[in-house]
Write a protein that binds this ligand. Structure first.
Ligand SMILES: Nc1ncnc2c1ncn2[C@@H]1O[C@H](COP(=O)(O)OP(=O)(O)O)[C@@H](O)[C@H]1O
Ligand SMILES: [Mg+2]
Length: 311
């Protein structure tokens, strides 16, 4: 692991006081039973949330020795094709202006690749998206995945799905976002701490603020330089969402990445939108409306980070 060891347990005063959870598995273990790792690939070592390539399940990969791209499996229809369509439309040369303004906020899309996957019984082709790796150049990448919006279900969700989502994290309705998972580099200890999905779901509004503080705490002090950089990027993104009505995002995340060992700069602090399995493009004609759900989350996240700087 470049730049430090990994610890699997999230041990901090904040984590413990809010129902600290152990991450079930390290993100970098082999797939075990079920789907096995294809030759020449490894699970994405800095992945924090989402489907992990563990326990025989498909998840994010990267080519061994090649940190430039992450490979995300195209999920079953309709989620996978929907996400692929979004990346394709966004990168198309004839992409309309309203959608184009989202380009700087999304990892670069390098097309798709098919990889032969084996589950020990049969082999099959699995399509993966090739995406810019947002942490590739950062040896001490602290990473947080924040699911944005007061609701995580799209228009097609059944009432059972809506109830399940509401029950999962009722606070999201008023907080407007949630911490899916994070890892934080501590430069005093030279190690990463992981905070799992269960940890994120255990947080009330006050504890969310403490956790954001923990994300920007590098073992020596709070990284105010990084928070300011992130805030300025989030404000620019909000400006985009105050104009664009070309796409609506549900259960999409903001990935914030910074290097815990380097000063804040455009090269060391990244704020990008990821996860478009529930992203819907709005046709050019017809009723246009802002993505109020996403805007609510973004505005509240900006407020939360601003509060961190006040203390
Ligand atoms: N472009 C990227 N660069 C770096 N890490 C990424 C990138 N995309 C995703 N990840 C990592 O993978 C995780 C899961 O990604 P996501 O697209 O949300 O997948 P899922 O559909 O499984 O939720 C994120 O929380 C992040 O840690
Ligand atoms: Mg996700």
């Amino acid at each position: 692991m470049p730049g430090g060891t990994m610890v699997d347990v999230c041990r901090s005063p904040i984590a413990m006081s809010t129902g600290e959870q152990r991450r079930q598995t390290s993100p970098a273990v082999s797939a075990g039973r079920g789907v096995s790792l294809p030759d020449g690939y490894e699970p994405l070592p800095h992945q924090v949330a989402g489907h992990l390539f563990t326990n025989g399940k498909l998840g994010m990969l990267r080519r061994c020795g090649d940190g430039t791209a992450v490979l995300k499996p195209v999920q079953r229809s309709p989620k996978g094709p929907r996400e692929l369509q979004f990346y394709k439309e966004l990168s198309a040369s004839q992409c309309r202006d309203e959608l184009q303004c989202l380009r700087p906020w999304v990892p670069q899309f390098h097309g798709v690749t098919d990889i032969v996957i084996s589950d020990g019984i049969a082999e099959r082709q699995q399509t993966f998206l090739l995406l810019e790796d947002l942490a590739s150049t950062l040896p001490h990448a602290s990473v947080i995945d924040l699911k944005i919006g007061r609701r995580c279900w799209d228009e097609s969700a059944s009432s059972a799905k809506i109830n399940a989502e509401l029950a999962k994290y009722p606070q999201q309705e008023h907080i407007g976002y949630r911490i899916s998972a994070m890892r934080v580099f501590n430069r005093t200890k030279n190690e990463f701490k992981y905070y799992s999905k269960l940890y994120g779901l255990s947080l009330d509004e006050c504890a969310v603020l403490d956790s954001l503080h923990a994300f920007f705490y590098d073992g020596v002090g709070q990284r105010a330089d990084v928070i300011r950089n992130v805030l300025s990027q989030l404000q620019s993104l909000r400006e985009v969402f105050l104009r664009q009505s070309a796409a609506h995002f549900y259960a999409s995340s903001l990935l914030i990445v910074y290097d815990g060992g380097l000063p804040a700069s455009p090269a060391t602090v990244k704020v990008k939108m990821i996860d478009f399995a529930h992203t819907f493009l709005v046709a050019g004609s017809g009723e246009q409306s802002l993505d109020e759900n996403y805007l609510f989350g973004l505005t509240h996240l900006i407020e939360s980070l601003s509060k961190l700087l006040e203390h």
